[in-house]
Structure formats: structure tokens, C-alpha cells
Ligand binder design. Structure first.
Ligand code: DGI
Ligand code: FE
Ligand code: FE
Length: 197
């Protein structure tokens, strides 16, 4: 048996997020487990990170900002303008404080799941991609291609997801978090260098 009681975590989580978010969460958990099988990551860690990644999603925005202030969680300018971004950092906070997750790999995968970041670990990439491709996602461009890439070329899946997310954000007037841009440039360079050689 593993270190975590996933069933118990599910029952608790269900009380704090709405039904649609919970269903999405289960999709991310199972997708992350499948990608862990495919790429040789720890399956249980992938499940726990997938399960808890959006645990802070349904906290009202003013309360998100308040929780950050109370717990010395730094808020970037983009997060101030778009507080929903904080559900990633606060999700890691809740995982640690309310679900007793101490594994820094799981916590960081939750923390960077919305923006991504440069040089992600395998687990971080798996959660970032699972969130984008889980079966209930339908709206994103190139979903079929990214779903295939996820099981075949994870870095290219990460790059393509970041590229499409930035394109989508640039259509609106979203304030870009610096980490989103830095992460994209990092993976863009990886893919470009690879395709040159
Ligand atoms: O929480 P989910 O809806 O499951 O997914 P998510 O945590 O990846 O959040 C998705 C949204 O976050 C998506 O519409 C893109 C947006 N996002 C990602 N990076 C940035 C961003 N929004 C803003 N304003 N700025 C960013 O840098
Ligand atoms: Fe999220
Ligand atoms: Fe999500």
C-alpha cells in the first residue's frame, strides 16, 4: 500500500469544490496516473497531485488574496489583477496544511500547474499536461495532437500547450504572469534546439 489514503482525500476534497470541478479533478488524477505509467513516474504521487491541484479553485477571489496575505504567500502583479491564478499556490498550501502532504515534489507540481515554469520535473510536467488534456476538456485548440504528444513526447506536449495557452490569452486582455512567459520561452528553445540538430 502507498503512503496516502487517496479515497479519504477524495471524500474531503468533494466538500470544498463544486461538482464540475470535482469531476475535472478525477479526470486529471486518472490522466496523471496514466502518464506516470507511460513515462515511469511515481503513480501515487501523480494521483495525489492530480487530485489536489485545484483544491483552492472554489475559494472566492477576495478570500484567496486574504489567505495569501495571512500566510505570507507572495502575490505577483498578474495575480493581483487575476486572483484566480492564486488557486495554484493556494492549492499547494491547502495540500500541505489540510491534506498533510509533505512531499515537495507533489507540492511544487500543484504550485506551478497553471503557469508552468522552466525546467519542470517529470511530475510537474505530468500535472501541467494532465490538467490540459483530461477527457472532459473539449475547447482547446489542437487537443487531439497534444493528447497524442503527451504519451509520446512530453516536452513537445508542454511546449505546444504553453504556445496555445499564450495565443488564447493574447486574444483577450489577460495580464500575463511573468512565469507563464519565462516557461514558454524555455520550452520553445528546447524544442527549437532539438529540431535544429
Ligand atoms: O484550474 P483549471 O481551469 O483546471 O486550469 P488552470 O489552472 O490551467 O487555469 C487555466 C487558466 O489559466 C487558463 O484559462 C489560462 C490561464 N492562465 C495561464 N497562465 C496565465 C493565465 N491567465 C492569466 N491571466 N495570466 C497567465 O499568465
Ligand atoms: Fe487549476
Ligand atoms: Fe485543473
Amino acid at each position: 500500500m502507498g503512503d496516502y489514503n487517496i479515497y479519504k482525500m477524495q471524500k474531503k476534497l468533494k466538500k470544498y469544490i463544486d461538482e464540475a470541478r470535482y469531476t475535472h479533478t478525477l479526470g486529471v488524477m486518472y490522466t496523471a496516473a496514466s502518464l506516470a505509467m507511460c513515462h515511469g513516474a511515481d503513480i501515487e504521487r501523480a494521483q495525489v497531485a492530480g487530485l489536489l491541484h485545484d483544491s483552492a479553485k472554489c475559494i472566492p477571489n477576495p478570500k484567496k488574496l486574504k489567505l495569501c496575505r495571512q500566510n505570507d504567500i507572495p502575490v505577483t502583479e498578474a495575480e493581483q489583477k487575476a486572483p484566480y491564478l492564486l488557486h495554484a499556490k493556494l492549492g499547494a498550501y491547502l495540500a500541505r496544511e489540510k491534506y498533510h502532504v509533505r512531499d515537495p515534489e507533489i507540492l511544487s507540481a500543484i504550485e506551478c500547474h497553471t503557469t508552468g515554469k522552466p525546467a519542470m520535473t517529470l511530475l510537474e510536467k505530468i500535472i501541467f499536461i494532465s490538467d490540459y488534456i483530461e477527457p472532459l476538456r473539449t475547447k482547446a485548440a489542437n487537443l487531439a495532437e497534444i493528447r497524442r504528444l503527451a504519451f509520446w513526447d512530453l516536452d513537445k506536449a508542454v511546449y505546444t500547450t504553453m504556445r496555445d495557452t499564450l495565443r488564447y490569452l493574447e486574444q483577450g486582455n489577460a495580464s500575463l504572469d511573468n512565469q507563464t512567459v519565462v516557461a514558454y520561452n524555455y520550452y520553445k528553445e528546447i524544442i527549437q534546439k532539438r529540431e535544429e540538430s
